[in-house]
Design a protein. Structure first.
Length: 139
């Protein structure tokens, strides 16, 4: 059993929530709402489908400038660490890693705030918001 003092500190010094199951991401679907690395297409934003088992994460994403994307990683309480690879619409393959913090909005839906290094080598932040009542395809 984990005590309240047993915390993993995130890269930004954030101490994760002590309630790991509150943020289980299995079969949750998110859409990107903002990013400092590019303009988000309001009609066809990037959509992410998450799967989770015992803290292990994997999933797919597509939309906006992404033709096909895959990610895998882990969740510890309200912190996510993952690696990703995608092919953009120009045919270029982009790979990298990201750290996200999970928060619950007032309406009960989840928001992911992600820190990552872009293809330009600069640090960026994106925000994705959970979509209500979207059923994810089987993984």
């Amino acid at each position: 059993m984990t005590s309240p003092d047993d915390h993993t500190t995130g890269p930004d010094g954030h101490v994760p929530s002590a309630a790991p199951d509150d943020f289980n991401l299995h079969e949750r679907v998110f859409e990107m709402v903002s990013s400092t690395s590019s303009r988000v297409d309001p009609v066809h934003p990037t959509r992410f489908v998450y799967y989770e088992s015992d803290g292990m994460l994997w999933g797919d994403y597509t939309g906006d400038t992404v033709e096909l994307g895959k990610f895998c990683g882990a969740r510890t309480h309200d912190l996510i660490e993952l690696t990703f690879v995608h092919r953009d619409r120009a045919g270029d393959v982009v790979r990298g890693g990201a750290s996200s913090r999970i928060e619950r909005d007032d309406d009960g839906l989840l928001r992911l705030t992600e820190d990552f290094t872009g293809a330009d080598g600069a640090s960026h932040v994106s925000v994705c918001r959970e979509l209500p009542t979207v059923v994810a395809p089987a993984s």
